[in-house]
Ligand binder design. Structure first.
Ligand SMILES: Cc1ncc(COP(=O)(O)O)c(C=O)c1O
Length: 377
């Protein structure tokens, strides 16, 4: 199998912990362990957990809490994984065989785009269009999905645009999957991270062949737990568990217990409210900054996720821009090239206010220099 480099993750993994300002992250400020545990008695009790192997597919308690979020789902519909990235890996590994057609929403967190190719699939892009506020054309989808389509992979809410799929698009995806008997793989890791508007509705429960991917890294602000999950028909989930035996065996014991705390219904809502308030506060800062740059940037306000996908009007390639920011200003952003879209950058806005402001000042400094070099003012 030939590796298709996952450019954005290579970039982030290599640099995110070396820079002064990491504005490449798509989640909000992580919750400290002490805060998650709540009080001293709970913290003391937690310290007595053995560092044991945990249940391979997730403890029944955790799977029950996850199942409760999906209509008519039971713990048998759930596999707990190490991050939603592992959930995507297991799903694509199971679904895609050589020669299969896979329709992938683009731009996207490019994991499923890369995996589909590595497992021998032929990828057909389903393009989100800026002119449609980052929605795809429903008519286009029906022409892309054929009887040979094995799976349709969507990311909703979307990374990097922050757009939530509209009603017409939702209907088109479900109709296309049903009509062609294709699997629907829906990465929903930004559900619950809506900055505005109602909580995004999962596509769960509308089509038999559906696999939902989600996890605690984004909306729940707990990326360090590395907890993700797949929800799907029990037979498919059992097969994914058998694949899991070849990857990481089990979620870590402590993470499984901490995830149970985070997903207790009341706590879950408190965490999601925290996420929303961080997004509202920080998008205000970022939107002011964008406005202060006049026509340099244009963007469609993201509905969900701590990310903003900006089109910029500077005569410089996005990778070069990101490299210069990294090397000259010790600040990390994601170039549009990583999504196959030069002329854009993705800025993460989930961190502390002062951190975000200072990171943006570094970008300002570079922009001034570039404008001077290019003779623009
Ligand atoms: C859409 C999407 N899916 C999956 C992941 C992987 O997240 P994790 O493995 O931390 O759950 C990310 C990370 O940015 C993402 O944006």
């Amino acid at each position: 199998m030939k590796l298709v480099p996952f450019e954005m993750e290579r970039w982030q993994s290599t640099w995110e912990n070396t820079v002064d300002f990491n504005l490449s992250e798509s989640g909000v400020q992580p919750i400290p362990l002490r805060e998650l545990l709540g009080d001293e008695a709970a913290t003391e009790r937690f310290l007595d957990h053995p560092l044991a192997y945990s249940q391979g597919n997730g403890t029944p308690e955790l799977r029950a809490k996850i199942a409760a979020m999906y209509r008519d789902a039971s713990p048998g519909h759930v596999l707990v994984t190490n991050g939603s990235s592992e959930a995507n890996l297991l799903a694509m590994w199971h679904l895609v065989e050589r020669g299969d057609e896979v329709v992938v929403m683009l731009p996207n967190y490019m994991e499923n785009w890369g995996l589909a190719q590595m497992f021998g699939g032929n990828v057909t892009p389903l393009r989100l269009q800026e002119s449609r506020s980052w929605q795809f054309d429903p008519d286009e989808l029906s022409s892309l999905v054929t009887p040979k389509t094995k799976a349709i992979a969507i990311c909703n809410p979307n990374n990097p645009t922050g757009a939530v799929m509209g009603d017409a698009q939702r209907k088109a995806v479900l109709d296309a999957a049903r009509d062609r008997g294709a699997w629907l793989l829906s990465d929903e890791v930004y559900i619950g991270a809506e900055r505005e508007g109602p909580r995004t509705e999962s596509v769960w429960g509308e089509h038999e062949r559906t696999l939902i991917v989600n996890g605690l890294s984004k909306a729940y602000a707990l990326p360090g737990l590395r907890i993700g999950w797949v929800v799907g028909p029990p037979e498919a989930v059992a097969t994914l568990w058998a694949h899991h035996d070849y990857t990481t065996l089990a979620p870590t014991y402590l993470s499984d217990r901490l995830a149970q705390i985070a997903l207790a219904p009341k706590r879950r809502e408190e965490i999601l409210a925290r996420t929303r308030s961080i997004l509202q506060r920080n998008y205000g800062i970022l939107a002011d900054w964008i406005r202060n740059h006049g026509s340099l940037f244009s963007h469609i306000p993201p509905t969900a996720g701590a990310i903003c996908f900006l089109r910029y009007a500077l005569r410089i390639n996005s990778t070069e821009l990101a490299w210069r920011l990294l090397k000259e200003k010790s600040t990390l952003i994601v170039p549009g090239d990583h999504f196959g879209m030069d002329g854009f950058i993705r800025i993460g806005m989930g961190d502390a206010q002062a951190y975000l402001t200072k990171g943006l000042e570094r970008i300002d400094a570079l922009i001034r220099e570039i404008r001077t070099e290019k003779g623009k003012s």
